[in-house]
Design a protein around this ligand. Structure first.
Ligand code: HEC
Length: 136
């Protein structure tokens, strides 16, 4: 009885190890594949609302600061060894994107960045978009 259980466990570890190993390779080769429809995602909230921006700022320091850096320049300590590097939110290239695209990226992630769909509510993700807009 013990042996088959052990086997399954070993296979599971090998499987999980395989994912961990393949992640950096993925991260290097894949760019964000954002569907064209993301351009049209509209915020139900006013992105200039100071209360929404304040919520975004709070969430940013809790969840994003560590990789993207305190000022959003992509220089957070946990991002130093990542490939690709965490995005710099202060650039024109970043700020010229539609808000719906930024929202989509936060929602879905792209390795090594996680998806925040199940971690943050829709309102919280829009609050982050609102805050990122203040970093230009
Ligand atoms: C583990 C580190 C890490 C954390 C934590 C993290 N990110 Fe990222 N983020 C990245 C990396 C790396 C990229 C670049 C990915 C790429 O270009 O494929 C990225 C890219 C992005 C982009 C797309 C940038 C662009 O050029 O369009 C947005 C938007 C973003 N992050 C927002 C956030 C927000 C908001 C949070 C917090 C809720 C967050 N990230 C947390 C690592 C992280």
């Amino acid at each position: 009885m013990k042996v088959p259980g052990m086997l399954v466990m070993t296979q599971f570890i090998t499987y999980v190890g395989g994912i961990a190993l393949s992640m950096p390779i993925h991260a290097q080769s894949s760019r964000w594949e954002v569907p064209a429809s993301a351009q049209n995602i509209k915020s139900p909230y006013n992105l200039k609302d100071p209360k929404l921006i304040a919520l975004g700022k709070k969430l940013y320091s809790k969840h994003c600061n560590i990789c993207h850096g305190a000022k959003g320049k992509g220089d957070g300590v946990a991002g130093l060894a990542l490939n690709p590097k965490p995005a710099n939110f202060t650039t024109d290239a970043f700020q010229s994107q539609a808000s719906g695209v930024i929202f989509w990226k936060i929602t879905h992630g792209n390795p090594p960045m996680a998806s925040y769909e199940s971690i943050l509510s829709e309102k919280e993700r829009w609050a982050l978009v609102a805050y990122l807009r203040t970093l230009k």
